[in-house]
Design a protein around this ligand. Sequence first.
Ligand code: PHE
Length: 452
Amino acid sequence: MSDQKRGMHGIWAGRWTFILAATGSAVGLGNLWKFPYITGENGGGAFVLVYLACILLAGIPVMLGEALLGRKKRMSPIHTMESMTDETGAPKFFRGIGWMGALSGFFILSFYSVIAGWALVYVGKIASGAFVGINAEGSGAAFGAMLADPVGLTIWHTVFMFLTGAVIARGVNKGLEASLRILMPVLFVLMLILFGYSLTTPGFMQGFHFLFDFDASKLTTESIVVALGHSFFTLSLGMGAIMAYGAYMPAKQSLGKTIMWVGVLDTAVALVAGMIIFAIVFSNGLEPSAGPGLMFVSLPIAFGGMPGGIFFGTVFFILVSIAAWSSAISIAEPAVAWAVEKGFTRLTASLAICGFAWFLGLGTVLSFNEWAEYKLFGKTFFDTLDFLTSNIMLPLGGLLIAVFVGWFMSSDMIKNEMKMKNDTLFNVWRFVVRFISPVAIALIFINGLGLF
Ligand code: PHE
């Protein structure tokens, strides 16, 4: 039976490694690049509030469920869900959680690597001093020029995919652990420095109000769907990444507290990134709704105008790249772990999965230039993949996980695994994961598909 595969990938060496690895997975382009630009596109405050509600009522409860499933079975998400459906007698379609997750991971990895490639380009650009004294117009033009060059984009997409594959091939237990221990804290410190800088800009308060003033008239059905989808994307949920990482978690560690920490850190990074970026946006007359270029156009203006900007800017984009890297690794892990359980070596599995994702990524590269005019339902190739994964596949995966954990696993089964000492907290979580999360996800979903 598939249970023989239990534990074949090893356990995280350190007590804190799961927190580091899960935070490394959660904190990435989703927080620094995507959150600010979709907030800008969806009108600010009201969107942010819905996003926070989704994190609390769907994201964190589902995250706990995912980590729990992973640790219980200690296998890839595909085999974990096979074994769990057998054990609980749940309908076989719950196995789809594993399969759909691996497929979403593959789609996400393809475009994630292209955007991370942009960050790599910016490391070089800032270090070369190209942005010193730059204004909004110059920064916008530089970003446009980068997008217009498919060959350049492909080169950096290739470099990033190669770096990702290299770590996955070695196994996430080796290498990842040591580097994250240093890099995550450095990222936090740098964000605080940038935050300090943003406080001195004239547009800070305007940005703050944009992010936090609630204006219900700006909420649309679509923006609620986007907020829900993003809460899954940013916490790495609904596709098995956290399940895969949970599988490597020491048995004694308390799950509840750990997951709370990851959720809080991830949300804090997104909000701070939002405050920094919108301060710069409003100080320089940029459009909040500029789209995917928002971070790449706004931050160079700040770095170009501040003392030590070349140094801070270079370090910052290196950190963005690293944050993206540690996320990309977790995006591929569910599929790779499955292939390894099927008997492939990690090297072959990583090469195949990263290779295919690389190829698919070329579609995203071209969607910013040669194919920019080719649209399906008004969406480019990149928009389509992003929409399909964030707004459909991840929430659907999350919904199935919530229902599975809430309705097909017994209280005792969960308690045994969770080691949660506080009964009230357990009951609250169980109630939320049984009733609130599935209903909320389902409603937003059905509504978003225009079915009622
Ligand atoms: N959470 C990551 C980010 O915010 C992206 C991610 C999505 C990682 C899905 C794993 C799984 O950048």
